[in-house]
Design a protein around this ligand. Structure first.
Ligand code: DSN
Length: 439
């Protein structure tokens, strides 16, 4: 006899009771919690934080103004905030083996801008990865303040190769460009690059041309903390990161550096770029750093990499070409043209959204389509690995993606995929114990 499938518990049972006083907002948050628990979160820059992280970020520290740094604040009443920020800093330093940590950046973009403020002058030349080949917006895009304040020159990836060995960061190009342009700063790090980024060759090239070296670890921070990717700490002059991607903390940024740059980095963040820090988020960062210091986090990081590899393999079997031939990290970048020449990233993202598979369209190297349409799809496994999906489920996810895209004109097929996604999410609830501890 088939047992009936129990639906997920009412989301109301999970949200803090205090929100009941605002039924309009409460209903919206219920809907978002329901969405996160009943659809697959495959956006490579997202994750599910623990209830403890949620609790800290919803704490009374949101009431406190703490401009300055522990022991050097501009307002009174910071005894506790000082201890919280010191805790977050010392945990970050321990986790990454860094001499100094600044945990105040509100986001990765702020962390990057603060690092530039600390290391170079407006108008100076900075070298970074091209946005349309996997780089970050804040690595000099003309529409970002970074591209307006500094003169960026960009390196890219090698050409695609039939055996999958291409589309890697072109280190010859990095070196040639560095010798020609003599940048003051060389930046490594990417947002849609599925291979490991070794900081060492960048360090050597930076030394050769007398440049500083910054590593943007926004995406791999959790993989570095979990010891499955090489650490840029102690190799790069400055490491920036976000706390909400593979690191599984609250939305926010952080900067790591040596003792020699601590003062410049701190004054670049405050008062250079930001005002009062978000001490409630810093408390949540402290929780996340402590979680990442536990041995279980290494298992998690290792599972992320294995899950991504399993997803890559299964997608290849389904007929998708993967940029760079596969993955070493938490994400894969699909070249949709190989699956179906007319299928754009925009359409694929919208179709998958209808089936409860959440991901984002993405430019691929040398993409003939504009970024808003794009020929690629970026899929990340960090969040669903937190929810408990394993390698067997990655095969199922690849099959559901292929079914949805092949059957995108067939409403019955899309409904069937949606049902399978719901069932998968029912088996792997990211919040089986609820999030009510946040109240
Ligand atoms: N927007 C972020 C991402 O999705 O990768 C950049 O860090």
């Amino acid at each position: 006899m088939t047992m009936p499938i129990a639906g997920p518990p009412s989301p109301s049972a999970f949200l803090p009771g205090a929100l009941a006083g605002d039924p309009e907002l409460h209903a919206l948050l219920e809907r978002e919690l329901e969405r996160q628990r009943t659809s697959l979160q495959l956006i490579a820059s997202e994750n599910f934080t623990s209830p403890a992280v949620l609790a800290a970020s919803a704490s009374v520290l949101t009431n406190k103004y703490s401009e300055g740094y522990p022991g050097r604040r501009y307002y009174g009443g910071n005894v506790v905030a000082d201890q919280v920020e010191d805790l977050a800093r010392s945990r970050a330093m321990e986790l990454f083996g860094a001499e100094h940590a600044n945990v105040q950046p509100h986001a990765g973009a702020n962390a990057n801008l603060a690092a530039y403020l600390a290391l170079v002058e407006p108008g100076d030349t900075i070298m970074a990865m091209r946005l349309d080949q996997g780089g970050h917006l804040t690595h000099g895009s003309p529409v970002s303040i970074t591209g307006k304040l500094y003169r960026f020159v960009a390196y890219g990836v090698t050409p695609a190769a039939p055996d999958g060995s291409g589309e890697r960061i072109d280190l010859d190009m990095v070196r040639d460009l560095a010798i020609r342009e003599r940048p003051r700063l060389i930046v490594a790090g990417a947002t849609a690059y599925s291979r490991v980024i070794d900081p060492q060759p960048f360090r050597e090239i930076a030394d050769e041309v007398g440049a500083r070296f910054m590593f943007d670890a926004a995406h791999p921070a959790g993989l570095i903390a979990g010891k499955v990717h090489p650490s840029p700490v102690g190799v790069a002059d400055v490491v920036t990161l976000t706390t909400h991607k593979t690191l599984r903390g609250p939305r926010g940024g952080a900067i790591l550096c040596g003792a020699d740059l601590a003062k410049s980095v701190d004054s670049a963040v405050f008062p250079g770029l930001q005002g009062g820090p978000l001490e409630h988020v810093i408390a949540a960062k402290a929780v996340a750093f402590a979680e990442a210091l536990k041995p279980e986090f290494r298992d998690y990081a290792s599972k992320v990499v294995h899950n991504a590899a399993a997803l890559a393999q299964a997608l290849t079997v389904q007929g998708f070409r993967l940029v760079a031939g596969g993955t070493d990290n938490h994400l894969v970048l699909i070249d949709l043209r190989s699956f179906e020449s007319e299928l754009t990233g925009k359409v694929a993202q919208e179709v998958l959204d209808r089936t409860g598979i959440t991901c984002n369209r993405n430019a691929i190297p040398n993409d003939p389509r504009p970024p808003f349409v794009a020929s690629g799809l970026r899929l990340g496994v960090s969040a669903e690995t937190t929810a408990g999906l394993g390698e067997a489920e990655m095969v199922e996810v690849a099959s559901l993606i292929a079914r949805a895209l092949r059957g995108r004109e067939d409403q019955d097929e899309l409904a069937s995929v949606r049902g399978a996604v719901r069932e998968l999410c029912r088996r792997f609830d990211p919040y089986p114990g609820g999030v009510a501890s946040a109240g």
